[in-house]
Design a protein around this ligand. Structure first.
Ligand code: CP
Ligand code: NVA
Length: 303
């Protein structure tokens, strides 16, 4: 059966741990100069309908680093720009390549594409999920904190695609997660309920950022207006004013708490420059780990 990566919910704790362990091994080998060739002769197509710096370059570099090839297609340059449905384009691509990495808007587009695709479909961000990102974030947390046992993660800001994937990860991997979101900007209620019902540690939504970071080992935030919400930017800036990750908020967490941001960051909006550039922030290590987790994902799905 074709093995897709559409959301973290589709995987068991053991499977998620498997990606993380493989990424750590590949990282160590890469840093020791090992040249991988496991995907030699294989090609992926990357179809991106939204901009990307990190996800695009790290997936491309990961595929080349495993000996494979990449064809990158932006929505703009293809028949997608003239309204060809992604499910049609994806089915055609599947006849040319060994895997599809997709960044688009609706999760239903990726889910539908996977139903039609005979090759693995990997979700590189939708409006609802950003599963590959959360895996590299968790790889970073494990590196910095030694594991996930007894960890308390705080999410500050929008209940967006990142928040939804963190909720699924917390439920599957078993760590406590408190999200502080303004009213009206909560995570997806269905994802939250399912995750809470299956969780072994509490997953809670609160309104007050200080409550969320109390006793936190990890503080995590993201932009206030995601891709596709640009016209809401001004209104959101007002709503989210009290949800900035700044030194005062970080001081309310554990003294050795780390700060995560998937990037791109908007300095002085969701995070201050001081915190982003400060000693507790691991955003650039997180970005680096995207390379290694993407290698692990490509190898697990195409290998
Ligand atoms: N974090 C992340 O997905 O960044 P890009 O949008 O640059 O890919
Ligand atoms: N929530 C952000 C994540 C960017 C990597 C967005 O969807 O734009």
């Amino acid at each position: 059966m074709t093995k897709h990566l559409l959301s973290l919910w589709d995987f068991t704790k053991e499977e998620l741990t498997g990606y993380l362990q493989l990424a750590a091994k590949l990282k160590e080998e890469t840093l020791n100069g090992v040249r991988h060739q496991q995907l030699a002769g294989k090609t992926i197509a990357m179809v991106f309908e939204k901009p990307s710096t990190r996800t695009r370059v790290s997936f491309e570099s990961a595929m080349y680093g495993l000996g494979g090839q990449v064809i990158y297609l932006s929505g703009r340059d293809t028949q997608l720009a003239r309204n060809e449905p992604l499910k049609d384009m994806g089915r055609v691509m599947a006849r040319y390549v060994d895997g599809l990495v997709i960044r688009t808007y609706g999760q239903e587009i990726v889910d539908e594409l996977a139903r039609y695709s005979s090759v693995p479909v990997i979700n590189a961000l939708t409006d609802l999920h950003h599963p590959c990102q959360i895996l590299s974030d968790i790889q970073t947390v494990i590196e910095k904190k030694g594991g996930l046992e007894k960890l308390h993660v705080a999410w500050i800001g929008d209940g967006n695609n990142m928040a939804n994937s963190w909720i699924q990860a917390a439920s599957r991997l078993g760590f406590a997660l408190t999200l502080a979101c303004p009213e009206g900007y909560d995570p997806d209620p269905e994802i939250l309920k399912k995750a809470q019902d299956a969780a072994t540690e509490p997953i809670t939504v609160v309104r007050d950022p200080a409550t969320a970071v109390a006793n936190a080992d990890v503080i995590n935030t993201d932009v206030w207006a995601s891709m596709g919400q640009e016209e809401e930017q001004a209104a959101r800036t007002k709503v989210f004013e009290a949800y900035q990750v700044n030194n005062q908020l970080v001081a309310k967490a554990k003294a050795d708490a780390i700060v995560l941001h998937c990037l791109p960051a908007h300095r002085e909006e969701e995070i201050t420059a001081e915190v982003l550039e400060g000693a507790q922030c691991v955003a650039f290590d997180q970005a680096e780990n995207k390379l290694h987790i993407h290698k692990a994902i490509l190898l697990s799905h195409l290998g």
